[in-house]
Design a protein around this ligand. Sequence first.
Ligand code: AMP
Length: 499
Amino acid sequence: MQAGGDYTSDEPREKCGVVGVSLADREAARPLYYALYALQHRGQESAGIVTHDGFQQHSHVERGLVGDAFDEEDLASLSGGTGIGHVRYPTEGSLDKSCAQPFSVSFKSGSLGLSHNGNLVNADEVREELAAAGHAFTSDGDTEVIAHDLARNLLEEDLVRAVKHTMNRIHGSYSLAITHDDTVLGVRDPLGNRPLCLGKVDGGYVLASESAAIDTLDGELIRDVRPGELVVLDPDGAGYDTYQLVESESTAHCFFEHVYFARPDSVIDENLVYEVRRTLGRKLWEESGVESDVVMPVPDSGRAFASGYADASGETAADGSPRPEGEDGIEFAEGLMKNRYVGRTFIMPTQDERERAVRLKLNPIRSTVEGKSVTIIDDSIVRGTTSTQLVELVREAGAEEVHLRIGAPAIIAPCYFGIDMATREELIAADASTEDICEQVGADSLSYLSVDAVAEALGESRADLCLGCVTDEYPFDVEGEKTDREIASPSPDSTLADD
Ligand code: AMP
């Protein structure tokens, strides 16, 4: 989706999962289907697979969860040993099926399939140029823009060169899984904003947004795809080639993947998400620990934070002094039970529904909270709906004090690059102090984690992270917004030196 202003409720938000496989002597459809299951948390609005059997391309894209989008017949129709898949995040408006992915198109020099996670910041500009050159668009999504640009380049040059020129033309965040006939490609944007990794599976190779998808296929993670890199899988599953097509001085890895979005069992940019969250929890204790009877997570993502927080509290007291011998730290306990069958509260279109959804989704365990001072740990506060409801619920269940600790800095600005984060007007921290927010959510105390703690936990410098949502300065040039770097990506007209 074109960035350049705050999201409105009916704009598509490209928060998605991508996968690609190339297999020898095996059909790709089923492994792709399993991999999409592993990436389901990255998108629940639609699911799709495009395969190629050496002669022709096959596609099936459907609204809904992976399990509902495909039946046996659909999978059987997706023949061929190479293919890509996509899961798309729900939008608040109705689904425009033309935006569902993978996007597929046939043109003079073959067929293309494209799965995209991320957001371009210059899609309108590229679209206008392509439209002027005679390209007809069927959707308003930026994925089709990438596909058309690539198709145009492929008419004149080889695959690697065509990808390189497309990468030089488009700006913003993108992790792509592409099929060009029976060749599968993986591309990561020059700043590596969204994740993409490469793995080995029996009889072939796989590219996926998260390594958990590779695990699901009984495969082994080889490494992250590097920012600005193209990976080309051999159609026979025998190997792969890599090309560093764009070099950048810095990266802009999205820290929020680690905080909230990715699965804890995934390794992203060499960090196991679970361990990052535990470290963030430890830092939360060190920065703003509060002595209470019990620390409890908001399931599921808060769990790793709370366990790190509880561990660290056994080593030092809240004032930073060593914990006296024989004195225990804060007890970790489950105080909130989650109803697994309720979707993410975030996607409820009205505030009233969102509030009801929190109560549907989470219920306190009375014995954990009754008569106690409790610390609740969540990964983030966006609109403040969850925190407000939880503090109320936990008080109703008998808690005497309720402290809130958040495993990320305050979210003060929207995300333009792939996380559905609400508009600036909706963000509770956009124009309120921590004290004000504490009062609004009704907690006894509230603390966020510092930006430096996040960078330390990820082992990266601030300059190599995308921190736009917590600093209001972005790594890409978004119209009307500040950037945190000199040149975030090649200028629109620059042409990379040829190989
Ligand atoms: P809110 O209730 O609006 O303050 O949202 C905060 C809750 O939503 C936290 O429990 C987070 O785990 C979760 N959350 C944070 N970011 C997102 C997101 N991008 N999409 C869906 N849920 C989110």
